[in-house]
Design a protein. Structure first.
Length: 202
């Protein structure tokens, strides 16, 4: 009888030790998981901060590139008059639109441009620059669409290359002090044109 009680007591103690050991293992596992989650979260926050910092640095680099870019140029318009961007410095901002007679988006944008120029002709100079097109081709196009917007010749694409143009239409707004205010690739609606114009007031 005493042997049986002793055996039961030993089994109880062993069971208690197993349960205690199991509880310690479970608690240790929970602690490891919690620490790992905290470390991963801290690492992710660090990565997010680094990513934001890199994005800000990239934007700053792009702004510096735009500021350093040589913007000034001279060209002849369709009437044989000389246009020099620098001549507008201190006088009037300029919107330059790189454009083409064969460009469908450019043709669609003309209706917006006509209204924009009519509204703001005293406040901003707007010029179109087709690249690599001869004067006779442009004259035929002007006759067909009857536009009065000033067009500059760039048969050798010298101005296009200067502004690193890769598609049409492409818009650049130059402020009164000769600095690049904003740029917009692709079709511009009247709202887009007005938005770019409004940036001159900032």
């Amino acid at each position: 009888m005493e042997n049986q009680q002793s055996a039961n007591s030993n089994e109880t103690k062993a069971s208690f030790k197993i349960k205690a050991l199991f509880l310690v293992i479970v608690l240790s596992f929970i602690a490891v998981v919690a620490y790992g989650s905290f470390t991963q979260s801290s690492d992710q926050e660090g990565l997010d901060i680094d990513a934001d910092k890199n994005n800000q640095e990239d934007k700053q680099v792009e702004q510096e590139k735009a500021s350093d870019r040589e913007l000034d140029f001279t060209a002849e318009d369709m009437d044989g008059n000389q246009f020099a961007l620098s001549s507008f410095k201190g006088q009037k901002p300029v919107m330059i639109i790189f454009w083409a007679t064969w460009c469908g988006f450019c043709a669609k944008e003309l209706e917006y441009l006509e209204g924009f120029v009519k509204e703001h002709s005293q406040e901003i100079e707007v010029v179109l620059i087709p690249g690599g097109e001869v004067k006779t081709t442009i004259e035929e196009y002007i006759s067909a669409v009857d536009t009065k917007i000033r067009i500059l010749l760039d048969e050798r694409r010298e101005i296009w290359n200067q502004y690193l143009i890769r598609g049409t239409p492409s818009h650049f707004v130059i402020g009164k002090n000769g600095e690049l205010i904003t740029a917009l690739p692709g079709l511009a609606t009247l709202d887009n044109l007005e938005t770019m114009f409004s940036m001159l007031a900032n």
